[in-house]
Ligand binder design. Structure first.
Ligand SMILES: Nc1ncnc2c1ncn2[C@@H]1O[C@H](COP(=O)(O)OP(=O)(O)O)[C@@H](O)[C@H]1O
Ligand SMILES: [Mg+2]
Length: 376
C-alpha cells in the first residue's frame, strides 16, 4: 500500500500546491486523483516517485518511508505515463518500449521479444514495431507510452492525464483497454485526470481534490455519486449524477416478461393468445429483435419489417447496468426495454415502470448498506 501521510508541498515561490493530504492507496486497484486544473494532482503524483519532495509529511510504501531507498530503485518499481506519451522521437516503437529493460541490463533480443508481447497486450499491431512515434496517431502513441511503462513489470503505475489529449472516441478505447489490462495484471495504479467521468469509470477509489491541494472526498465512485461530501463535490460531479449512479446497479434482477415476444413467422393462434399485451416485440427467425408493434396491427404470416417501431438499444442482463436498461426503455417508443443474451437474441422485455421500481429498491438497499457501514 502507498500511504500519503499528511503531505504538504509548498513551492519556493510560496504556492501551496498540496495541503496536508492523507490518502491510503490500495494495492492492485486503480486510485484516481481528480480535480480542477491547478489543484495539485501532478504535484501529488510526482511526490510518489520523488520527482518532487514534500515540504512536510511523508509517503510510505508498504510501511517504509520512500526516502529510505535509493531514488533509482524506487522509480524502477513505478512506471510513469504522461500526456502525449513522452516518447523518444528518434527511436522505433519497439525500441521505445524496450528502453527500460535494456537500461536494466536485459539482453537486446530478450527485451525486444518482451516489447513485442507488450505491443500485443496494449492493442498495437505488430506492423507498427519499426515505425517512429511521429508516424503513429495520438491514441497509438498513448498505447506505446503504457507499454513502455509496463516493460519493466513494475508493481506500481503512475499515470498523469494519459488520455486527455486524444478525442473522446479514442479515449474511450484507451480506457477500456486499461481496464482490461488491469484485470490481467493487477497493478497498483494512481491515475490523474481532470475528467470526472473518466475518474468514475476507471477508479476503484476516487480522491476529489479542490484548489489549494486539499482533499474534498475519498470514496468509491458509487459512494461519491450517492453521497457527495459537500457542495464542491456535488457541483464537480455534474447535473446528472442520479442517472450516472444507476451504472453501479446491475440489471440482472429485473423481472423480464417473455409473453410479448413473437417470431416474425407467428401464426394466428400465437398472435391471438397475446392480443391483450399493449405491444409485441417481433423477432427474426433466430430470435433477434426486429421491432415493436401493437398486437392488432399484426397479420399472421404477413408481418412486414417496415411496419414495426424501432426497438431501441437492447441491454444484456448479465452484463449491463440499470442505467443501460433504463436508457433502452426511455429511447423506445413503447417505453419498454428489450433484454438480449450475448448473441443478441431477445430473452425478455421490461417496462419503464418495472425498471423504476427496481431503481427504488436498489436505492433503498444502498441506503441500508451505507447505514450498516456508518454503524460499524
Ligand atoms: N514548479 C513549480 N513552482 C511553483 N508553482 C508550481 C510548480 N509546479 C506547480 N505549481 C503550482 O502548484 C499548483 C498545483 O499544480 P499541479 O500539481 O501541476 O496541479 P494539477 O496537476 O492539478 O493541474 C498550481 O497552482 C501550480 O501553478
Ligand atoms: Mg497536472
Amino acid at each position: 500500500m502507498i500511504r500519503i501521510d499528511s503531505v504538504t508541498k509548498r513551492y519556493p515561490d510560496g504556492t501551496v500546491a498540496v495541503d496536508r493530504l492523507s490518502l491510503d492507496i490500495p494495492d492492485r486497484a486503480i486510485t484516481v486523483l481528480v480535480g480542477p486544473s491547478g489543484c495539485g494532482k501532478t504535484t501529488t503524483l510526482r511526490m510518489i516517485n520523488r520527482m518532487v519532495e514534500p515540504t512536510e509529511g511523508g509517503i510510505l510504501l508498504d510501511g517504509t518511508d520512500i526516502r529510505q531507498q535509493p531514488v533509482n530503485t524506487l522509480r524502477r518499481s513505478m512506471g510513469y505515463v504522461i500526456q502525449n506519451a513522452g516518447l523518444f522521437q528518434h527511436r522505433t516503437i519497439l525500441d521505445n518500449i524496450a528502453t527500460v529493460p535494456r537500461l536494466l541490463g536485459t539482453p537486446k533480443k530478450e527485451a525486444r521479444v518482451r516489447a513485442a508481447e507488450l505491443m500485443e497486450r496494449v492493442g498495437l499491431d505488430a506492423a507498427l514495431a519499426k515505425r517512429y512515434p511521429y508516424q503513429l496517431s495520438g491514441g497509438q502513441q498513448q498505447r506505446v507510452g503504457v507499454a513502455r511503462a509496463l516493460a519493466a513489470d513494475p508493481p506500481v503505475l503512475l499515470m498523469d492525464e494519459p488520455f486527455s489529449a486524444v478525442d473522446p472516441v479514442v479515449r474511450k478505447g484507451l480506457q477500456d483497454e486499461l481496464l482490461r489490462i488491469q484485470d490481467e495484471l493487477g497493478k497498483t495504479i494512481v491515475f490523474v485526470t481532470h475528467d470526472i467521468d473518466e475518474a468514475i469509470k476507471l477508479g476503484t477509489m476516487v480522491a476529489v481534490l479542490r484548489t489549494g491541494g486539499r482533499l474534498a472526498q475519498f470514496a468509491p465512485p458509487a459512494d461519491l455519486l450517492s453521497a457527495p461530501a459537500d457542495a464542491f463535490v456535488e457541483d464537480f460531479l455534474g447535473a446528472d449524477r442520479g442517472i450516472r449512479r444507476l451504472s453501479f446497479f446491475p440489471s440482472a434482477g429485473l423481472e423480464l416478461q417473455t409473453a410479448p415476444i413473437v417470431g416474425i413467422d407467428a401464426d394466428a393462434d400465437q398472435l391471438a393468445s397475446r392480443a391483450d399485451a399493449p405491444y409485441l416485440l417481433v423477432t427474426d427467425l433466430d430470435g433477434r429483435p426486429l421491432g415493436w408493434s401493437e398486437p392488432d396491427r399484426l397479420t399472421a404470416g404477413a408481418i412486414g419489417r417496415d411496419q414495426l417501431l424501432d426497438h431501441g438499444r437492447p441491454f444484456v442482463p448479465s452484463a449491463d447496468s440499470l442505467r443501460t436498461a433504463l436508457d433502452g426503455a426511455v429511447l423506445s417508443p413503447t417505453g419498454w426495454a428489450v433484454a438480449v443474451d450475448g448473441e443478441g437474441r431477445a430473452v425478455g422485455v421490461v417496462s419503464q415502470q418495472v425498471i423504476g421500481e427496481a431503481i427504488r429498491a436498489a436505492h433503498s438497499r444502498a441506503a441500508d448498506d451505507a447505514e450498516v457501514k456508518a454503524v460499524r
